[in-house]
Design a protein around this ligand. Structure first.
Ligand code: ZN
Length: 195
């Protein structure tokens, strides 16, 4: 498992719901936390590791020791969005690129945990921003899609560079083609995690 970079097709995939909580899902989640900590992130969505399923993980502290700050959101739904606030965001799928993004100031998120228990959280501040960012991933939306045209223009050379690197990797045969990656995502969707 690895964190995929833009423009990997998984990042534009509209993820499908998690239908089974099994050992494969649990070990996938554990592995995602490890990857997220290694990359110094505070959130990671399943499609960032090329899995087309509706879940993401967060640990706002970014500290692997603080396991009670770890949350898994299966099939999340955001409601009660309220207010607007601008703040800086980055993304592990486009490392080193940062930009200002407008987000709801507060929200309610409902989801299921790995025990299959439903839970609900009222969030503001950083957790509120991270949950919106990660939830966007499940819809195939990148943070720079939500930036103002002016701010996005500034980021474009950096985004183009990721595109160039990815296409070069495909051209040399070191990375699978978009068609092959889409085939793999489709097959995961049909078969689920762990078959
Ligand atoms: Zn991201």
């Amino acid at each position: 498992m690895e964190i995929v970079h833009y423009p990997h097709p998984a990042l534009r995939w509209k993820s499908c719901p998690v239908t089974r909580i099994n050992a494969a899902l649990k070990s996938t989640v554990r592995e995602m936390f490890e990857l997220m900590y290694e990359a110094m992130g505070v959130g990671l969505a399943a499609n960032q590791v090329a899995l087309p399923f509706r879940f993401f993980i967060i640990n706002i502290s970014g500290d692997p020791e603080l396991t009670d700050e770890e949350f898994v959101f299966l099939n999340p739904e955001i409601t009660n969005r309220s207010g607007t606030v601008e703040g800086e965001e980055g993304c592990l799928s486009v490392p080193q690129l940062y930009g200002q993004v407008q987000r709801a100031e507060s929200l309610t998120v409902s989801a299921y945990d790995l025990e299959g228990e439903g839970f609900q959280m009222d969030l503001d501040e950083l957790p509120c921003r991270v949950v919106q960012h990660e939830n966007d991933h499940l819809e195939g939306v990148m943070f720079f899609d939500r930036m103002s045209d002016t701010d996005r223009k500034e980021l474009e050379p950096g985004i183009d560079e990721f595109e160039t690197i990815f296409r070069h990797c495909q051209a040399t045969g070191d990375c699978d083609s978009d068609e092959e990656l889409a085939r793999q995502l489709g097959s995961l969707e049909r078969n689920g995690l762990g078959g």
